[in-house]
Design a protein around this ligand. Structure first.
Ligand SMILES: [Mg+2]
Length: 190
């Protein structure tokens, strides 16, 4: 029986969409408890430890992209500040690309990252991963999601090297959505 060539052979490069706040960085207003890595407007910003190595490592086998629910201007500043030299993301999207929905229970507005917008850009969702610390923002596409414990500035945080190693195990997956990705970080680590 003929096999679907798309299932047998991952053709497209993996698209790796990364959240910013509490995933790759932590930003805070007010007097900084320790020197910040950089400043954006009124915010002091700390890179999650090992961020440069993480981005460089992932870019070796995936196409990185950024998607945050913060303002588009903030996203541009942060991405400019964290991007290692020579690395070009597929896109860097902010709130303007999120979908606003009201939570039926809390009545609060929630900003969702709807991967249909990524698919319409020509990306294959079988080969798309989205990394976020807030599961609700990618609830429509949990099959593409890898959740990380939030980063609030701990200088000893070691999630990113572990995440780089884990993500690399998915690099040849024909369809990331059928793989169980919860529990990638051993229990007790958030
Ligand atoms: Mg976040």
């Amino acid at each position: 029986m003929a096999r679907d060539p798309d299932l047998a052979r991952p053709s497209a490069a993996m698209l790796l969409i990364l959240d910013l706040d509490e995933t790759l960085i932590h930003a805070a207003k007010g007097p900084p408890p320790r020197p910040a890595d950089f400043v954006v407007g009124a915010y002091s910003v700390w890179k999650r430890p090992h961020l440069d190595a993480f981005l460089t490592s992932c870019a070796g086998w995936a196409t990185p992209a950024f998607w945050s629910s913060a303002t588009d201007a903030y996203v541009r500043h942060v991405v400019d500040a964290i991007l290692p030299a020579g690395l070009a993301p597929a896109f860097a999207w902010g709130r303007g690309r999120c979908t606003r929905r009201q939570d039926p229970e809390t009545r609060e507005d929630v900003l969702l990252k709807d991967l249909a917008k990524v698919r319409r850009r020509g990306f294959d969702l079988r080969r798309t991963l989205i990394v976020d610390d807030t599961p609700g923002k990618v609830a429509r596409h949990y099959g593409n999601a890898v959740y990380v414990p939030p980063y609030f500035g701990d200088p000893d945080d070691d999630v990113l090297p572990r995440l780089a190693d884990y993500l690399a195990t998915l690099r040849d997956a024909a369809d990331v959505r059928v793989l169980e990705k919860r529990g990638w970080l051993p229990a007790g680590r958030g």
